[in-house]
Write a protein of this length. Structure first.
Length: 247
């Protein structure tokens, strides 16, 4: 309760990180107690809530995460998730998981580019676009779908500007996951991506930090994070998007 009361007093994630070191405060606490604190965080304001499922190792990593990463929990409903997965599985379930990616960045995955959606799912895709991009013309026409098995993971990498542009967004379906951003040996940030959440990355987090999806079972602040099959709906910017502001 102390963490929750203090969290409401601060208006920005950066101030929260400076004033409260969750890692130190939770040392020695059992897993059940940690989960109670993190579950209670969802009673905070949306601005606070969308940044608290994370750990940053340095003030600089916290600054870059604040400036270049945004997370919106429950962006799609359970019904929307089910409809998206049902349409995607019509093609993906015919394919086997691939052990290695062409650039060696992904393990145990299958993927596709999708241009056309059923009407109900097209409305969800358009809602993603309108939430992330100032103009629909700033978004690539195709939607990238990445299916990562429970045994798979994504290695540290920086997305090529040729394929991804200056802004990368994704909606996590079927499972939560841990995304790690790493600047160097000391500077990194771990973020829990909840199921059905939307994430957006740009600026330093996009260009300077590598990012990865940790293998199952991941750990954040000493808490295990279990991941099953995870499908990501990704929308990326094109060369027309400068992406100085979003969300």
């Amino acid at each position: 309760q102390w963490y929750l009361r203090r969290g409401r007093e601060f208006q920005t994630f950066q101030h929260y990180l400076i004033q409260i070191n969750l890692s130190a405060g939770m040392n020695g606490m059992g897993t059940f107690g940690k989960r109670r604190i993190l579950r209670g965080v969802y009673g905070l304001s949306p601005m606070m809530r969308r940044h608290l499922n994370c750990f940053t190792s340095t003030p600089l990593a916290a600054k870059h995460l604040t400036e270049g990463f945004n997370l919106i929990p429950d962006f799609v409903t359970e019904e929307e998730e089910s409809a998206l997965v049902s349409e995607i599985d019509q093609k993906l379930l015919r394919r086997k998981y691939v052990q290695g990616h062409w650039d060696a960045a992904i393990v145990n995955f299958r993927e596709m580019e999708k241009h056309m959606w059923q009407p109900e799912n097209e409305r969800t895709i358009q809602r993603i676009i309108s939430r992330v991009f100032d103009e629909p013309s700033h978004c690539q026409a195709s939607t990238h779908v990445l299916d990562l098995s429970a045994e798979g993971h994504i290695k540290p990498h920086i997305d090529s500007i040729k394929f991804c542009g200056s802004l990368v967004s994704g909606v996590s379906l079927l499972s939560e996951a841990v995304m790690r951003f790493r600047l160097d040996e000391k500077g990194y940030a771990d973020v829990i991506l909840p199921r059905r959440s939307l994430y957006v990355m740009k600026r330093e987090i996009r260009y300077t930090y590598t990012h990865e999806i940790l293998p199952n079972i991941a750990e954040v602040n000493g808490m295990p994070v279990y991941r099953s099959r995870r499908v990501t709906i990704m929308k990326r910017s094109n060369e027309n998007c400068h992406c100085e502001e979003f969300l």
